[in-house]
Design a protein around this ligand. Structure first.
Ligand code: MYR
Length: 185
């Protein structure tokens, strides 16, 4: 019998990560399925997923800031890059690209070509109006609200609806600039 070669620490870590990511994907699918059963209306499910994401986002931003060492961004363009390259990587394991900026620098698109949330997912015809990944738009909206940015986050493209990528439009509606309450002397 051929000896069994021990797996390196890296290989074990990679396989544990893959299992965790699959478990996460399947768990999210089970949540969406349960919401569809309970609410019986895709628009209501869309709203519920967005609200769940928002609730996660307002909490997750603390973890993000603590783990990433990201400091205040100079403008919304930098914030969008941070979400796409650092935030998505940290919580979803993939990065997004940032494009389609408007002239004011307040609206852009985050493009995801790889989205682990939709591995194994195929929507039946009865779910055509569903924004399956709506939790993500809520997470971004919630997280940004915690750093004083009110945003509107909308899906423009969705591979589960036959598009060639996932595209989330992020529109900055209002930014409250925090004043330092006293001067350093
Ligand atoms: C700043 O204060 O300007 C920096 C703000 C960075 C906010 C980043 C929010 C991270 C959101 C993570 C989204 C993950 C989606 C899966």
């Amino acid at each position: 019998m051929a000896p069994v070669a021990p797996r390196s620490g890296d290989a074990i870590f990679a396989s544990v990560e893959r299992v965790n990511s699959e478990l996460f994907t399947l768990t999210y699918g089970a949540i969406v399925r349960q919401l569809l059963t309970d609410l019986e209306d895709v628009d209501e499910v869309n709203k519920q997923l967005d609200q769940m994401g928002y609730n996660i986002g307002v909490r997750l931003v603390d973890e993000f800031l603590a783990k990433s060492n990201v400091s205040r961004c100079v403008d919304f363009k930098e914030t969008a890059e941070v979400i796409a390259k650092v935030g998505f990587k940290m919580f979803l394991g993939v990065t997004a690209s940032v494009t389609n900026w408007d002239a004011e620098g307040t609206t852009c698109s985050l493009i995801l070509e790889d989205n682990p949330l939709v591995d194994f997912v195929e929507l039946p015809d009865t779910c055509q109006g569903l924004y399956y990944c709506n939790i993500l738009s809520g997470v971004i909206r919630g997280a940004l609200e915690m750093v004083s940015m009110k945003t509107e986050v909308t899906w423009l493209r969705d591979m589960l609806r036959g598009d060639d990528a996932f595209e989330l439009q992020v529109k900055l509606l209002k930014q409250v600039h925090e004043e330092y309450p006293y001067k350093d002397d």
